[in-house]
Design a protein around this ligand. Structure first.
Ligand SMILES: NC(=O)c1ccc[n+]([C@@H]2O[C@H](COP(=O)([O-])OP(=O)(O)OC[C@H]3O[C@@H](n4cnc5c(N)ncnc54)[C@H](O)[C@@H]3O)[C@@H](O)[C@H]2O)c1
Length: 471
């Protein structure tokens, strides 16, 4: 019996004798073309089989139903067990935190690195401030070359410029100042620097420090301010100088006193040289200052002669420049402030009295040269360019392009009629002479006072009477 007939007998539907040729078990014959024509019929019969239906259901179940069941089951699990639900999100939070912490630690390290670099940079320069806008470099000196230097009155006008010079040489500088006429902002650009210290202290009280050199400047220098408390002024020059000499003696330091052209009083010789003994009223309104400085010079020589203290004495003539106190009542600051505000320039007397003016950087160079020289007699430091006060008022008007009028007030008591230094000794011994022309120095000072006025608004200059310094 043929195979087709056998299949037929076994009850396999849809197979007749011809179709038996397309059955896998059926060997293919050249009649395949006929067989292909029968395919639709055979496919339909194949779909209708229960196996295929099960297969389709399986595929449908696997692709559509099973994923839904898995998702729903996992939702159910996550809802039913909160602790196991937190686990995956907590670990991702931990990972995020760990990454953040790593990043933060890198940032902190970088910041520390920058801080250290900044700190090293800061330790070699000043910070720019209104009073000292230019950044000043300080070298690193080896220990044996770096000196410990005390500057009394270092927060004042001259002192703060001297501090700049010493810091820029790489020394360790300690300022002792009671801030009577000085201002912290004059030295604020050094506050961060490891070589700088400010001690707010009155020199009329003893102080114990270890220093190699002392520049002793502490003393108010403008007539209205030193006349405000004359007893204190004489104490500052006498007790203050004694205290500094005692310190110099104890620690074997060199000490320089900033004396003044005022020790010549109303001079009878002109110009004034160091061998002139002066013409000073011992009981007038200026004597607390003039006689105070004279006795301070005497003390310096007594300590030198009796105790071998190395001393230097600078007799300073009128000095001007940035950081002068705007209310100190001295002629340069008063004229400039009056001219810049269009106020009358006030001249005391007929304006025929003469003064000569040096720029502050020249004075600082002179003080430094004197300290570092072994000459221990008094030395004049000033600029011999001489002006009558009337000429000087006109000069300031011209430089400030001001329309101010010149107003003549009563002459003040004991106002010297002439003042001009003979600086031949400083030239010969120290090789020092002023370098900055008066006009150049005045231009810088005018710029400075303009900035002070921009900040302060109106300034009413201090008149001739005694007055307390204003901030
Ligand atoms: N600038 C000048 O034209 C001139 C002329 C001659 C002499 N000098 C002398 O130069 C020095 C500095 O003068 P300046 O123009 O810078 O004056 P300044 O008033 O600006 O400075 C004097 C400094 O000494 C401080 N001081 C005053 N009394 C003190 C005390 N008892 N204890 C501690 N500190 C005290 C002040 O607070 C201030 O910082 C002074 O000794 C002055 O006599 C200056």
């Amino acid at each position: 019996m043929g195979e087709a007939n056998q299949l037929k007998q076994r009850g396999v539907k849809g197979l007749d004798a011809k179709s038996s040729k397309s059955h896998p078990d059926v060997v293919s014959t050249p009649d395949n073309d006929k067989a292909s024509k029968t395919k639709p019929t055979r496919f339909l019969s194949f779909v209708s089989t229960p196996k295929i239906a099960i297969l389709i259901f399986g595929v449908f179940f696997g692709h559509m139903i099973l994923p839904i069941i898995v998702v729903e089951t996992s939702n159910f699990m996550s809802n039913s067990d909160m602790s196991s639900a937190k686990q995956p999100s907590e670990s991702s939070t931990k990972r995020s935190l760990r990454i953040l912490a790593e990043e933060e630690s890198i940032n902190v390290n970088n910041r520390m690195k920058h801080l250290i670099e900044d700190k090293m940079l800061l330790s070699t320069q000043s910070l720019p401030t209104d009073r000292a806008p230019l950044v000043m470099e300080t070298p690193r000196l080896s220990d044996h070359r770096r000196k410990k230097i005390l500057v009394t009155g270092g927060a004042g006008f001259v002192g703060s410029h001297l501090v700049d010079k010493l810091m820029m040489e790489g020394h360790e500088v300690t300022v002792v100042d009671n801030l009577f006429t000085g201002q912290k902002k004059n030295v604020a650009h050094w506050f961060h620097h490891p070589n700088f210290n400010l001690v707010v202290h009155d020199v009329t009280e003893p102080i114990h420090l270890e220093v190699d050199e002392i520049y002793h400047l502490a003393c108010p220098a403008s007539p209205p301010h030193y006349q405000f408390n004359p007893v204190k002024t004489i104490k500052t020059s006498t007790m203050g100088t004694l205290n500094m000499l005692g310190l110099a003696k104890r620690v074997k330091a060199k000490i320089l006193l900033t004396s003044t052209s005022e020790i010549y009083g109303d001079p009878q010789v002109h110009p004034q040289s160091e061998d002139y003994w002066g013409n000073v009223n011992p009981i007038g309104p200026r004597s607390c200052y003039d006689e105070g400085k004279r006795v301070a010079e005497t003390m310096m020589y007594s300590y030198k002669n009796q105790n071998n203290v190395p001393i230097r004495i600078a007799r300073i003539f009128n000095t001007f420049g940035p950081r002068m106190h705007p209310n100190d009542g001295r002629v340069v600051s008063n004229f400039i402030i009056q001219a810049l505000q269009g106020k009358p320039l006030t001249v005391y007397g007929e304006g025929e009295q003469t003064r000569s003016f040096q720029y502050v950087s020249d004075l600082v160079d002179g003080l430094h040269a004197l300290m570092n020289h072994d000459y221990d007699g008094p030395v004049n430091l000033g600029n011999p360019d001489e002006f009558t006060m009337k000429e000087f008022a006109e000069y300031i008007k011209k430089l400030t392009k001001s329309d101010s009028v010149i107003q003549f007030l009563d002459k003040t008591q004991d106002d010297p009629s002439k003042r001009r230094p003979d600086i031949s000794l400083a030239k010969r011994v120290l090789g020092w002479s002023p370098k900055v022309p008066v006009e150049e120095g005045l231009t810088k000072t005018i710029e400075y006072f303009q900035s002070v006025l921009d900040e302060a608004g109106e300034i009413i200059p201090t008149g001739p009477g005694a007055s307390k310094p204003q901030n």
